[in-house]
Design a protein around this ligand. Structure first.
Ligand SMILES: Nc1ncnc2c1ncn2[C@@H]1O[C@H](COP(=O)(O)OP(=O)(O)OP(=O)(O)O)[C@@H](O)[C@H]1O
Ligand SMILES: [Mg+2]
Length: 284
């Protein structure tokens, strides 16, 4: 099916179910046991002064799925991620994460959500004065319930998984950008999250490292069934990874659907985006 204009957003049944009056505090009832989205935006709008960034944006991510957010620079991809972890609040609309409506959560309430949903920042945001090993051990120590030998065992396993075990005793300043990002992913995993948000994991690294990071994210999806959102400019990467794609354009969720649907779409803006990418990255 082609979607010449604005494709409709497919919302699972009872996604927008409003609780009957007087029952707001109760969890929604699911008589047919439909799986619920793990993360959802419902008609979210956000402006900074006169700069209207998100305008009535809706999308969702099902548990264990990978959503890729695509779109040109400045379209609100990073802003969207920041709403999910509560660094930003919407002007209108609702945001649901891990089965909870977090829209009006305080920073304290968000701390519990941020344990379930962690963000991997572009620069890695590692602690400069701690070794790679200590960076990854940090979330494990914070939990305060593990013995030292257990911590070391888990850290070694995680560093092995992301291919940076040889750098365990190095400081972040001694690592390349790609390695820093791998360590940041290992540290995020140490917190045992249910979901990971990646902001441009493959940009600013050489294509080979980009490929390795892509393999790693794919491996995490398959082995751990982690729910993920990946912001990326890289169409090839998105094609390998995405169960669904959100294409932001001029403040709107211009497209939300599968990669196949996106490629089949006759929509001019989408086709231009796909075509531009081919020009930038010839071959394959
Ligand atoms: N904290 C903020 N205060 C004011 N304006 C902001 C803030 N954060 C983002 N913006 C603005 O919101 C818009 C969207 O920014 P965002 O960082 O989400 O873009 P992006 O899609 O991630 O772009 P890129 O691909 O370049 O990373 C931009 O115009 C940006 O200047
Ligand atoms: Mg960004």
């Amino acid at each position: 099916m082609t979607q010449p204009d604005k494709p409709p957003i497919e919302i699972p049944e009872d996604f927008e179910q409003v609780p009957p009056a007087g029952q707001e505090g109760r969890p929604p009832e699911h008589p047919h046991h439909h799986p619920q989205p793990y993360i959802a935006f419902e008609h979210v709008s956000k402006a900074f002064g006169s700069n209207k960034v998100l305008d009535d944006v809706s999308f969702y991510v099902m548990p264990g799925e990978v959503l890729c957010i695509l779109g040109r620079s400045g379209v609100g991809k990073s802003v969207s991620l920041q709403h999910i972890v509560g660094f930003l609040k919407p002007d209108a609309g609702r945001i649901k994460v891990a089965g909870e409506d977090i829209t009006d959560y305080t920073d304290k309430e968000m701390q519990l959500i941020r344990r379930k949903v962690t963000m991997v920042f572009q620069n890695g945001a590692l602690f400069d004065s701690l070794t790679v090993r200590e960076n990854v051990a940090f979330p494990l120590r914070e939990r305060g319930e593990l013995q030292e030998d257990q911590i070391q065992q888990i850290v070694t396993g995680l560093l092995e998984m992301v291919n940076v075990l040889e750098m365990a005793e190095d400081l972040p300043s001694e690592l390349s950008t790609g390695m820093k990002r791998s360590v940041a992913i290992a540290r995020a995993l140490a917190a045992q999250p249910e979901a990971i948000l990646y902001d441009e994991p493959t940009t600013m690294v050489d294509p080979l490292i980009g490929r390795l990071l892509g393999d790693l994210i794919l491996k995490l999806k398959r082995q751990l069934r982690l729910t993920s959102i990946v912001v990326t400019h890289d169409m090839r990467f998105a094609q390998r990874l995405a169960d669904r794609v959100l294409f932001l354009h001029q403040g709107k969720a211009h497209f939300f659907g599968t990669m196949e649907e996106m490629k089949r779409s006759n929509d001019e803006v989408l086709q231009q985006f796909l075509h531009l990418d081919e020009l930038v990255l010839p071959g394959a």
